[in-house]
Design a protein around this ligand. Structure first.
Ligand SMILES: *Cc1c(COP(=O)(O)O)cnc(C)c1O
Length: 421
């Protein structure tokens, strides 16, 4: 059974001030989890988690993670600028972009962040647009083929647009060394949302073996290994959540077996988790506003795919709790829908739920990562508010809902905003 991190009474208190729909985040959960991540890798002197900003770019959230010792992983101008403004500096920022515009490499250089090159041709490109190389650089690796873990979870790196082949990355490090780069990192993101303690240790082994070979063949020592994201969460109630302490130990074991004997015991481990850092600590709070009976039973809610796209885009499962009906029999089958003119705008399909009445408040679980941040304005739907449930139990709106003025803000000089307001 999945339980919301917030009570019905608290939600009722909040909805007196902030109408549904809104995303709510659990500060206590975020902090406790971040501490556990740091504890899991405390055996490694240089460990740092670079939170993937795209998962949740709310500045209040980024500040909490910063206080817990995290850096940030950025992939765009706005993410870099926002992070810089929040006080993330230099080595606190990893720029893991791809298909990167010239202006963004220039900006990353100005800020002095760690640049993670996605492609071999970016060496030339970077030199042309920036004019010099930093002292420290990272390269992104793609082993190709299919990457499979023993429980069957796999992905298809051979089909993904990211990273360099083995031959390219070996050559890249040598070219960068000749151009004056002194410190090197390696990065790979091979499987997404892995619900197994095995992913990071397996990936670590792949990368550790590669850097030992690199050292033997070229004399180049890698100083940091970035395991990137991909550590998943238990979206479904029957899944066993990852145990980050076990994951940290698994990486530790591979480190001791492969890197230490090769004289690479000083290598720092970095991560760029997004989902694992925030996913479970966010929920979408929405009210049932319609009941429809045709060939199926529908519950229409006041949120829509604009607030949470994952089910519409990937058919993802997000657990739904009807607040106050946690113990009621789940004897109804519903599609829970939003209001977009798109049939994929459904938060749940054929879901076994208790009887839902109009006015019931639904808590849609695990929206803290790749939730609000993925949202868009389709159908002219405005984005809703974000609320932080603080450690002391009080709450704060950390992003107001959009207004039509925000929606029209880019139509400069049309006068339409003034006419509408
Ligand atoms: C999206 C992304 C992440 C975070 O992925 P999660 O699945 O949220 O952990 C990390 N690094 C890079 C380069 C990414 O693109």
């Amino acid at each position: 059974m999945k339980t919301p991190f917030v009570t019905k009474e608290k939600i009722q208190e909040i909805t007196k001030e902030i109408p549904t729909p809104f995303n709510i985040y659990d500060e206590k959960g975020i902090r406790e989890n971040a501490r556990k991540v740091n504890q899991a890798f405390s055996w490694n002197k240089g460990f740092k988690e670079y939170f993937a900003v795209k998962a949740n770019p709310n500045p209040f959230i980024l500040k909490i993670l910063q206080e817990e010792g995290c850096g940030v992983d950025c992939a765009s101008y706005v993410e870099l600028a926002l992070s810089n403004e929040l006080g993330f500096k230099g080595d606190d920022i990893m720029f893991s972009s791809n298909d990167t515009p010239a202006s963004e490499f220039k900006y990353a250089d100005e800020l002095g962040v760690i640049v993670n090159l996605d492609d071999f041709t970016h060496i030339d490109f970077y030199e042309k647009v920036v004019g010099h190389f930093p002292k420290k650089m990272c390269c992104r690796f793609n082993p190709g083929g299919v990457y499979e873990l023993s429980n069957g979870i796999m992905d298809n790196p051979g089909d993904s647009k990211y990273g360099m082949t083995k031959e390219q990355i070996f050559e890249a490090y040598q070219i960068l060394r000749d151009k004056g780069v002194e410190e090197f990192g390696i990065h790979a993101f091979l499987v997404s949302n892995t619900v197994t303690n095995e992913y990071y240790p397996t990936l670590a082994k792949t990368l550790f073996e590669l850097i030992v070979e690199l050292k033997e063949k070229t004399g180049i020592s890698i100083s940091f290994v970035n395991l990137s994201g991909g550590v998943g969460i238990a979206y479904r109630p029957d899944q066993t959540p990852n145990d980050i302490l076990a994951i940290g130990e698994g990486v530790h074991k591979a480190f001791d077996e492969i890197l230490v004997p090769a004289g690479l015991g000083d290598v720092a481990i970095l991560t760029e988790m997004g989902r694992f850092m925030m996913g479970p600590y966010g929920g979408l709070v929405t009210t049932a506003i319609h009941e429809k009976h045709i060939y199926k039973e529908y519950i229409g809610v006041d949120a829509c795919a604009v607030d949470l796209m994952r089910p519409a885009v990937y058919g993802s499962y997000h657990h739904v709790t009807v607040l106050g009906k946690e113990n009621a029999p789940e004897d109804h089958v519903y599609d829970v829908t939003g209001s977009l003119c798109e049939n994929c705008d459904k938060f749940a399909v054929d879901r076994q739920l208790p009887k839902i009445d109009k006015g019931d408040i639904l808590f849609i679980h695990d929206t803290g990562a790749h939730g609000y941040s993925m949202g868009y304005n389709y159908n002219g739907k405005l984005k809703s508010a974000e609320v932080l449930l603080k450690e002391d139990g009080s709450f704060k709106m950390i992003r107001r809902p959009e207004t039509i003025k925000d929606y029209l803000a880019t139509f400069d000089g049309l006068g339409i905003v003034d006419n509408l307001l």
